[in-house]
Design a protein. Structure first.
Length: 391
């Protein structure tokens, strides 16, 4: 019995010791940090991958900076799967997506429709749902072919900018939810290449976020500027740690606030077949710069600053509503979802007409602002006490 028991235990141990026979070593993988999708002249999809060179990470000072930390490879095919299959033949390591946090569509791809590319990304098991999505104003591959001075790769630059929320931030999971939503619309950050400094080495620059692309169903139908994007971010409740500057008078003396935080609610209403939306905002911030000669510790002055704060937010939102609701007529504001949630029966009757109804939705702004702190000093810096306005 003892011999038989020992034999069973040994066999049990040997089974589990053999569990690593098919493992894949890190040195056998090509780690992808970013992927770009472009259209070729013969209407094929060109897929460009940015590959991390593991042995060069952390050795920028010795090997010449980011130029040595990544390589870029491209291949065209009838679809992404075909292009990646051809790419694999030219890469001596197995392509691995686990580190890929950046996907970039070119403007041409976005305008013709991202349905096929998006289907691949959500169907394939490797792409990360939290990877960030972008549209490039130029050829998408160019965003991966530049080499930043600080970060290890240009894809990491875009990831960091997305984390900082300097513009609209959209992940693969969020894009999927948008395109499946009631309005079937989406927004994606627009990427451009920063012009290279005179003293920089060839290709030593970064991609940066400059505005927003509007997607309807699966196609790009327009774009909005960075300033209009700020108004959109207010409506979408994506203002967090935001810096806002506004003029106090016609002489354009400016007060700057940071961090500006907001709580936003969309309140839909239907009355006599009239569809209305109230955008309710509570915003607060701290003064970080005061170019005026006004003392914010004075209650009257503080009220004036709060009113100017409110008017600036109102102006940004009205600009966004004009461009998005009236000019592009594309509901990327979440109105459809709000109406569906509150009025499911009315929505079911009218959802097929939403494209024509959306521009006619009457929008009311209910904005309340609060400046919490004046900063480390009370009176304007660099001005003698007797010159500070007391009103």
């Amino acid at each position: 019995m003892n011999k038989g028991l020992r034999l069973c235990i040994l066999m049990f141990i040997f089974v589990f010791l053999a569990g690593c026979w098919d493992r894949t070593e890190l040195n056998d993988l090509a780690l992808i940090s970013g992927i770009a999708f472009d259209k070729t002249e013969d209407n094929r999809i060109e897929t460009t991958v940015q590959i991390i060179i593991p042995q060069n990470q952390g050795e920028g000072g010795k090997t010449g900076g980011a130029l040595q930390k990544t390589i870029v490879r491209s291949e065209a095919g009838i679809n992404i799967s075909d292009a990646l299959s051809k790419l694999q033949r030219k890469i001596p390591r197995k392509i691995f997506w686990g580190q890929c946090k950046t996907f970039i569509f070119s403007k041409d791809v976005a305008e013709s429709g991202i349905k096929e590319e998006f289907d691949f990304l959500v169907r394939h098991p490797q792409p990360r749902e939290r990877a960030y999505m972008f549209v490039s104003a130029e050829k998408a591959a160019e965003a991966l072919e530049v080499f930043p001075s600080i970060e290890s790769s240009s894809s990491q630059v875009l990831e960091q900018l997305a984390n900082l929320q300097v513009g609209i931030t959209v992940t693969l999971e969020q894009l999927s939810m948008m395109l499946k939503g009631e309005a079937r619309t989406a927004v994606l950050p627009l990427v451009r290449i920063l012009p290279k400094n005179k003293s920089a080495k060839p290709f030593q620059t970064i991609p940066y976020i400059d505005g927003t692309v509007l997607i309807k169903k699966d196609k790009m139908i327009g774009k909005i500027t960075e300033k209009t994007t700020h108004g959109l971010m207010w409506i979408l409740n994506e203002v967090d740690e935001f810096t806002l500057s506004f003029a106090m008078d016609k002489d354009e003396e400016v007060v700057s606030l940071k961090p500006v935080k907001a709580r936003v609610k969309l309140i839909p209403a239907i009355s006599n077949d009239k569809w209305m939306m109230t955008i309710k905002i509570k915003a607060e911030g701290d003064i970080i710069q005061n170019e005026t000669d006004l003392n914010p510790m004075n209650p009257k002055v503080l009220n004036m600053m709060n009113e100017a704060f409110k008017e600036d937010i109102e102006g940004r939102i009205k600009k966004a509503l004009q461009v998005i609701q009236q000019e592009n007529k594309t509901d990327v504001l979440g109105f459809a979802t709000a109406f569906h949630r509150k009025y499911p029966h009315q929505w079911e009757k009218n959802k097929d007409r939403w494209d024509e109804m959306f521009p006619r939705v009457e929008v009311t702004l209910d904005i309340k602002t609060s400046i919490q702190r004046p900063g480390l000093i009370n009176s304007p810096g660099g001005i003698p006490e007797e010159e500070v306005q007391k009103q």
